[in-house]
Design a binder for this molecule. Structure first.
Ligand code: NI
Length: 256
């Protein structure tokens, strides 16, 4: 039988503060987490996460500007991403999308740079790692209208079981993180139940959203194992089956 291991498909290891990067990687490997994908958020992150992907064999990156950083946008960022995308360690555009939770004063700007980055992903034929916080309808409508050929990954999915099925119908992938392990997260447990196994990805969104039993501590890729165990329980399948299929999904769409 093939070796069983996990992939953390969205992890800001450049923002982990309490332990060193070498420890982050070592802890991940000791828990069977063999590959880590690090998204960029800000313009400064783009260089930083790209360098990490060049330094560590098992680290990959998504490049893009997070909606909360929309004000930082300048067209030159697209050329930097184009240049870096020649590396096979750049596996997607992200994290990109819409965030209406913190700041609704830049909605039009958020939409504009979201669309530009979708088009860049299409041009480079790279998957899109999507951040959608309290912006489900607009995120869905924009992706449906503008995305032509990129695989869509809904990172840290936070919508309803009904919305997840609409995303599945579009052929998109759903990435779930630590929230699913929280006792009161009824909606997310329902989402985990209805997502078909062949569309599911695992992530931590470290250093945030730490799963049980480490909730309250700083998150790290190693902890994706707790999320995997909880989802296996919810889906009433073995941990091995869940690990194998989610890893296979990530390797297929990210070419890692
Ligand atoms: Ni994130």
């Amino acid at each position: 039988m093939n070796e069983i291991y996990l992939i953390d498909t969205h992890s800001h290891i450049n923002m982990v503060e309490k332990i060193s990067l070498d420890e982050v990687i070592k802890n991940a490997l000791s828990m069977g987490v063999k590959k880590i994908v690090v998204p960029a958020s800000s313009a400064k992150d783009i260089d930083e996460v790209f360098e990490l992907s060049q330094k560590y064999d098992n680290v990959y990156c998504y490049l893009g500007i997070h909606p909360e950083e929309a004000k930082e946008w300048d067209e030159g960022i697209m050329d930097i991403i184009r240049k870096y995308s020649a590396s096979s360690k750049v596996v997607g555009i992200g994290e990109i999308g819409l965030d209406y939770y913190w700041d609704k004063s830049h909605v039009e700007l958020q939409k504009e740079i979201f669309i530009k980055q979708i088009q860049l992903g299409n041009e480079l034929n790279l998957p899109l790692n999507i951040h959608d916080r309290e912006a489900h309808k607009d995120t869905f409508d924009i992706l449906k209208e503008y995305n032509k050929n990129s695989t869509v990954i809904m990172h840290c999915f936070s919508g309803s079981p009904e919305f997840v099925l609409e995303c599945i119908k579009e052929g998109w992938y759903i990435a779930l993180g630590g929230v699913v392990t929280f006792k009161n997260a009824k909606k997310m447990k329902e989402v985990a139940k209805v997502v078909p196994l062949e569309r599911l990805l695992l992530e931590t969104d470290a250093p945030y959203l730490t799963p049980m039993p480490h909730r309250g501590e700083e998150n790290q890729p190693a902890y994706v194992k707790f999320t995997a165990e909880e989802i296996a329980k919810i889906k009433e399948i073995s941990f091995e089956e869940l690990a194998k299929q989610t890893t296979q999904n990530a390797e297929k769409i990210l070419l890692i």
